[in-house]
Write a protein that binds this ligand. Sequence first.
Ligand code: TMP
Length: 214
Amino acid sequence: MRGRFITFEGGEGTGKSTQLRLLAGYLGNRGLKTVATKEPGGTPAGQELRRLLVTGDKDKFDAAAEALLYFADRHIHLTQKVWPAMEQGAWVLSDRFADSTVAYQYYGYDKRVAKEDLDCLYKIAVGDFKPDLTIILDIDPQIGLARSFKKADAMAVKELRFEGRELAFHQRMRNGFLEIAAAEPERCAVLNADQSIESLHGDIVKLITERFGL
Ligand code: TMP
């Protein structure tokens, strides 16, 4: 595959979507073909799964059911959108990927699913493929959740299923992302998301320039 796959990860309200859009603009200005996408919901079928996953009662699925649905969305996303775009040489930027399943469904739910079972689902849905770079945006969950609730005020359909979970869930999930980054420092970089949009964008551009020699 000739393209690149860069994922943005983090808890609620870290500004991932804004930063992804800014990076896509930056790379596009440098003449690179970019595709901005997200999980869940990067494809039409994924949009249907997204509605199930992020709206409604917080207890309607347990951790295992969620993991299965997120990996189903991921497989559809990779086969229908990410891999074909990479074959065409695109830099694909995804708002969330498999680290979110480990951080939310494994760490968030306090290890109610086994890590080996998630690894097994990864093998089925993703195979040996992994991101070239994962940017983890880190913020105190209390600040992130406040941003997220404010944003939801303007949404017609409230995507607040996970925001409804207790603060301890969000703290475990944040620590989970930091553990993932510590275990794979060559793939992951952690950036402080509690700063202005412009200065965080600057940090991301610096990181991309260093990692890919642009
Ligand atoms: P978003 O609001 O960042 O688009 O993400 C949708 C929600 O889905 C968010 O609350 C995090 C959650 N999520 C998981 O719990 N596991 C996953 O694997 C993914 C991709 C998202």
